[in-house]
Ligand binder design. Structure first.
Ligand code: SAM
Length: 186
């Protein structure tokens, strides 16, 4: 369990759908890194290049977050069905949704929340199956930015000072230059 989740019942996972092989590799990697760094426990992705998993695993190995799971799924529709049957709620991030500030309190009160981000056009069905269609403003921008802002609203900034107990390396915040603490010899 991560130390943000310890402060509440909430466990947040991310589902990335619509990944286009090669073209979306970098963006999907960044979606996964944002999920890990900003308080989520897990990311679900459909078939992606192996390098995405290994990049995230290398970060987890050095910077901590052993609990962070990467799950490769075959079919997002059945995954969502399973999630809902298990009592989980779904927040789909889309510029067509309602403003995050209108639903942030409700999202925060969930036990198990799946935040879904798209890549290219998102199928209509996702809008219908989601408990919340949430906009981070109603202008088109990016799934990385949308996820980061959504998590910041959910965790009300606490995700920015979280510690990873199992980190081998840690940054000592500094006003000038780089200060890094090596907790384990690499
Ligand atoms: N044109 C696509 C569509 O019809 O859904 C959106 C493509 S956008 C590059 C990729 C993803 O970024 C979206 O699926 C959504 O998850 C996220 N996104 C982009 N802008 C957003 C916004 N203003 N609010 C919430 N999510 C947004």
């Amino acid at each position: 369990m991560n130390n943000l989740a310890r402060r509440s019942h909430l466990k947040v996972s991310v589902l990335r759908i619509g990944h286009r092989v090669v073209r979306d590799d970098r963006v999907t990697t960044h979606v996964a890194l944002v999920a890990r760094a900003l308080g989520c426990d897990r990311i679900f992705m459909n078939e992606v290049d192996k390098s995405i998993r290994s990049t995230v695993e290398e970060i987890v190995d050095r910077w901590g977050g052993r609990y962070f799971e990467i799950e490769i799924i075959e079919n997002w529709k059945s995954m969502i069905k399973h999630w809902k049957n298990g009592g989980g709620k779904i927040a789909h991030l889309t510029m067509y949704g309602v403003n995050i500030d209108e639903v942030a309190d409700e999202l925060r009160s969930c036990d198990k929340l799946l935040v879904v981000v798209g890549a290219s056009k998102v199928p209509r069905e996702l809008y219908q199956v989601s408990d919340y269609n949430v906009a981070i403003g109603n202008q088109p921008h990016s799934e990385i930015a949308a996820l980061a802002i959504c998590l910041d609203r959910i965790f009300i900034g606490k995700e920015l000072t979280r510690q990873f107990d199992d980190a081998k390396i840690e940054i000592i915040p500094s006003p000038n230059g780089k200060r890094v603490l090596k907790k384990v010899r690499e």
